[in-house]
Ligand binder design. Structure first.
Ligand code: ZN
Length: 491
């Protein structure tokens, strides 16, 4: 899953840039191709690519044309294809492994040896499975790599085969340049991030932790935003909310509906849900969201004052009220719980014996699920409403924004796109970063891959595409970042 636009749109709302409107992701139109002119700086078909850019493009091409859709797609074939590139470039077989927990669910783990084997490695993570794409919905064939009007098209070009191709091409570039990192660098290209029962990250953590253990990891989840060809911001995802659903259930002896009583399972459940609706969890900012609001305020716009107000201690109530009206901001201010499913009664002429609802909570990292459940009990205030957890949540602590990591990202962003701010973000959904964070490996969603903020989100949608120039810029950004993070004496 890729969610950069969530974070970016939140900012855009604040900046009142006319973007992130709910445009359907439709077929390629004239306006689509016209918008290319503003952003495209590289015509990759004209043959002026460097050998390393050509590698990245070729690898992406090959990955797109291997269908890795769950359940029949062949992740192993995609992992194997990238393994062969590394072996051909001279990496040793023992450092390039395709590990297959189940048929077609292979993961590639490749290691670039550094100077100090005792230093914990840098992990570069990308998933190579993709969301299903129905060719009938696309105007271009989703499992063919198409280059058109300055864009690369195909399922996975932004989520997340682009980063997979880039990491492999950058490994080869670093090797050809004779680069010796201060520690090992590990690439993991994994299966079943988008669904399926063989999530590569979970499986590797459980079965081959030593292969992917790292000081920290770079992953999807961040990305840049631009508008009319102008780079606006570079987002770094350093935190994710925790997913926890609860079932609320009421029961009653029931009876004939011609003899109604007020004591009714549906009414009790409805009362409980209205109380949940009316309750707002307290505002609770962490390091990541504080920086998110602070730096967003620095960019100016309609919500600047409210964003500054929220950072006061205690937060200014007017600012809280203002930002709470915007779902993208509200969800970053607090834990949220919302009714999502409803089921009750057994006959139209009977008093209900049972009513049930699902309440889905997105819990701020650092807040306990026990506390959220206790809050729900208190808010509902009716011991006749049974509250149970639907699953055991996986905690996901925020990754610390250390000067080494954040400073390096800022320095390279400034080199490549002077004046463009780096904005730390917290995703309200989850990526594979969840499992690594839970295992004690910090994760930063950062790519330097910019997308147009006016563009409908095409990851998971139709005619998924990436601007060729953004792809190559992202490749360069990740090359520099990989290097700076594995070079001693960085400041
Ligand atoms: Zn993804």
């Amino acid at each position: 899953m890729k969610q950069p636009l969530n974070a970016l749109c939140a900012l855009l709302v604040g900046l009142t840039i006319p973007a992130c409107s709910e445009k359907p992701s439709g077929p390629v139109t004239d306006s689509d191709t016209l918008s290319v002119e503003s952003g495209a700086t590289i015509d990759s078909s004209s043959g002026d690519l460097t050998p390393h850019q050509q590698n990245a493009k070729d690898f992406l091409h090959e990955l797109i044309e291997i269908d890795t859709t769950h359940p029949n797609g062949d992740n192993t074939a995609a992992a194997q294809a990238m393994a062969e590139k590394l072996l051909a470039a001279g990496f040793m077989a023992e450092d390039v492994q395709v590990l297959e927990p189940a048929e077609r669910k292979g993961n590639l783990v490749a290691r670039y040896r550094g100077r100090d084997p005792d230093k914990k490695p840098l992990l570069l993570l990308a998933h190579i499975d993709v969301v299903a794409a129905d060719p009938a919905d696309w105007t271009l064939p989703p499992f063919e790599f198409t280059e058109q009007d300055g864009y690369f098209y195909g399922r996975g070009v932004v989520d997340d085969k682009d980063e997979a191709a880039i990491h492999v091409a950058n490994f080869i570039r670093l090797r050809e340049e004779g680069y010796v990192p201060d520690r090992d660098i590990v690439i993991a290209l994994t299966a079943d991030e988008e669904g399926g029962t063989h999530n590569g990250v979970t499986w590797l953590l459980e079965n081959h932790r030593n292969l992917i253990d790292a000081e920290y990891a770079l992953n999807e989840g961040g990305g840049g935003g631009m508008q009319n060809g102008v780079h606006i911001l570079n987002a770094v995802q350093a935190s994710e909310k925790v997913f926890q659903s609860f079932t609320l259930e009421t029961t009653n002896p029931g009876g004939h509906s011609s003899l109604p009583v007020k004591d009714n399972a549906i009414y009790h459940l409805a009362d409980a849900l209205i109380r949940v609706r009316n309750y707002d969890f307290p505002v609770n900012l962490n390091e990541v969201t504080s920086m998110y609001f602070g730096r967003s305020a620095d960019m100016g716009g309609e919500y600047e004052e409210a964003m500054r107000g929220i950072l006061q201690n205690p937060p200014d109530p007017t600012a809280v009220a203002r930002l709470s009206e915007i779902p993208m901001f509200n969800s970053r201010l607090r834990t949220t719980c919302v009714a999502t499913e409803l089921d009750g009664g057994h006959a139209e002429n009977a008093l209900p014996q049972r009513a049930r609802a699902t309440v889905n909570c997105r819990v701020l990292p650092g807040e306990s699920i026990d506390a959220v459940e206790e809050t729900l009990r208190t808010v509902i205030g009716n011991s006749g409403v049974a509250i149970t957890r639907n699953a055991v949540a996986t905690p996901s602590p925020p990754s610390p924004l250390t000067p080494d990591v954040l400073g390096s990202i800022e320095a390279i962003t400034e080199e490549m796109w002077p004046g463009v701010p780096v904005i730390p973000t917290m995703s309200t959904g989850a990526t594979d970063g969840l499992f690594l964070r839970n295992a004690g490996i910090p994760v930063y969603g950062v790519s330097g891959l910019f997308s147009d903020m006016d563009e409908p989100a095409r990851a998971h949608g139709q005619n998924e595409r990436i601007l060729a120039s953004s792809f190559f810029d992202g490749q360069e950004f990740l090359y520099r970042l990989t290097k700076i993070l594995t070079t001693e004496d960085i400041q």
